[in-house]
Design a binder for this molecule. Structure first.
Ligand code: MSP
Length: 535
């Protein structure tokens, strides 16, 4: 048995491996942004992190897409996979591994795993009859289809009747072990509501599922029976394992699982939670391999309150959104606006209002007015004082002292919305503090110490906010840090000792006395609503 990784200084996580039937949509961008935020927060804390993403390239859906375009499936996959890496670059995603399931090292891993499961007598040949949704790549129960046999998720694609010989995986054998897993690890499936959905499904009794397809070329052949190809989901889930191989490593399970397995969290959308929370652990149990620590099922995005889809013509193009509004804007909106785990809506007016209110007004103006006053009242350098000289009852010191721990807890619980809320409470309190204490009149009254105390506590609050928001808006945080005279680059975790920087910078009171300011410039320009949107 391959043992679990042995320390808690490492953190590994995955996004789903996206189908390459089309270029990435906003749903893929959403999960990947969230994964990047988690990865960056862990790196900020000094952990060694591995973020895995990639593409799921086999199966009927991809084969048919390539056929419809009259091109070779591999060529189609190559072209589409690169649109994903392009988007991740645009969105400033720092992934460590990009696994493509058509890679040759992946075939070796899938076949070795298949053999392990087969050796446990968990694979057998039988007749499969049922309705298959090609878009989900899944057999559906009658209750998961409408009366015209359309799948409830893909309402524009009719499920297809299949009656064929398939190899099956003995999922039913793992009923008790799966139930025990959930009972012993209450956090295995998150959030709570989704956990309950899975528990109910499992309680109703697990059925064996087919893991091969006939009449389908685009996949890995079943060892010893090439008339079948391995079911795309069986193949794809193992992509998480192949991704762990170092580029030059011999592709076998032992190598793949030696450093990073088991991963700390698989992030998935709610529609594919069952595969990750039931099928995947059962497959690993069969192969006698350790299980991932946690599966988190996030919600779905809608547009203007409606389900998004090509047939409705209301999809959001993530490339276009980033081009028009910047990576940080897109990252911030989805992370701040939607409680991770729940469904969320995208409405362009709301998007613009949120960004203008938070980033342009509350944070951007705060920085601007504060730096302006420092230039005027403190000869352009940060006040000559330290946090110890700020009175205990200073409201920003009070809020700021708890903020680092509060934000860390929110990030750890994947409640990024709460992390943003906590930081913006400090930012709003800072604006209010300036208004209430009116440093301009204190200056006129020649109360220099009071002026400096206000400006110190506000600048320090801006610094702390920028630090704690950096996993979400790294470019913006860089601009703020640079203007406050620091040399930290939130896009580069390779320099210095991140853990000790975190110790200091995540707490209120770090700002050094009399530090020279950098060149100031607006950090976020107000956004205008495009003319065609009237609301
Ligand atoms: N290829 C499988 C995953 C295999 S993982 C080993 C797959 N791919 S997918 O491209 O169809 O979907 C990828 C992810 O996008 C899923 O987590 C899915 O939930 C998510 N989303 C698809 N539409 C979405 C929204 N409208 N909103 C949020 N996420 C959505 O499934």
């Amino acid at each position: 048995m391959i043992e679990n990784k042995d320390n808690n200084l490492k953190f590994s996580l995955t996004t789903p491996l996206y189908y390459v039937n089309d270029k990435p949509h906003i749903g893929s961008a959403y999960t990947t942004i969230a994964a990047d935020v988690i990865a960056r927060f862990k790196k900020l804390q000094g952990l060694e992190v591995l973020l895995i993403t990639g593409t799921d390239e086999h199966g009927q859906k991809i084969q048919r897409t390539a056929e419809s375009k009259n091109i070779d499936p591999q060529l189609h996959c190559d072209r589409t996979a690169s649109t994903f890496t392009d988007l991740w670059q645009k969105l400033n995603i720092q992934y460590d591994r990009f696994i493509r399931t058509t890679a040759t090292n992946h075939e070796k891993i899938v076949k070795e795993f298949f053999a392990r499961v087969q050796a446990k007598q968990d694979i057998y040949l039988d007749r499969q009859q049922g309705w298959y949704c090609v878009s989900c790549e899944e057999f559906k129960e009658e209750r998961e289809l409408n009366e015209d046999k359309f799948c409830l998720i893909h309402t524009n694609k009719k499920a297809e009747w299949r009656d064929e010989e398939n190899y099956f995986f003995r999922l039913s054998k793992y009923q008790q072990q799966i139930e025990d897993l959930y009972a012993k690890n209450p956090n295995f499936i998150q959030p709570e509501t989704r956990r309950n959905e899975v528990l109910n499904f499992v309680k109703s009794g697990l059925k064996d599922f087919s893991i091969s397809r006939v009449n389908l070329e685009w996949g890995f052949g079943i060892p010893e029976d090439p008339t079948h190809t391995i079911y795309v989901w069986f193949d794809a889930l193992l992509g998480y394992v192949t991704a762990l191989l170092e580029p030059e490593q011999e592709p076998n399970l032992e190598n793949a699982l030696s450093k990073w397995w088991p991963v700390n969290v698989h992030l998935v959308g709610k529609d594919i939670l069952r595969f990750h929370a039931i099928y995947w652990p059962a497959m690993l149990m069969s192969a006698e391999l350790p299980l991932p620590e946690k599966i988190f099922g996030h919600g779905f995005l809608t547009k203007d309150g409606q389900k998004m889809g090509k047939s409705l013509g209301n999809t959001i193009d993530p490339f276009d959104l980033v081009d028009r509004y910047s990576a940080d804007a897109v990252r911030y909106y989805f992370i701040k606006e939607i409680e991770f785990g729940r469904d969320g809506d995208f409405r362009e007016t709301r998007f613009i209002n949120v960004l203008n209110a938070d980033l342009a007004n509350d944070l951007g103006n705060l920085l601007n007015r504060t730096l302006g006053m420092i230039k005027k009242y403190c000869q352009g350098s940060l006040p000559k004082m330290t946090a110890a000289e700020v009175p205990q009852d200073n409201p920003l010191k009070t809020i700021g002292s708890e903020l680092g721990d509060r934000a860390a807890a929110a990030y750890d619980n994947l409640r990024f919305d709460l992390a943003c809320e906590a930081v913006f409470a400090l930012i709003r309190a800072s604006n209010k503090f300036i208004d209430d204490s009116a440093p301009w009149s204190l200056y006129k009254q020649k109360k220099q110490t009071e002026v400096e105390t206000v400006l110190y506590s506000v600048s320090e609050s801006i610094r702390l906010s920028a630090y704690l928001l950096s996993p979400i808006v790294p470019d913006l945080s860089n601009d703020i840090y640079q203007q406050l005279g620091f040399g930290i680059d939130f896009n580069d975790f390779t320099k210095g000792d991140c853990a000790s920087v975190y110790q200091q910078h995540s707490q209120w009171g770090k700002l050094p006395a009399n530090q020279n300011l950098g060149k100031s410039k607006p950090i976020f320009s107000r956004l205008e609503l495009p003319e065609e949107i009237t609301e």
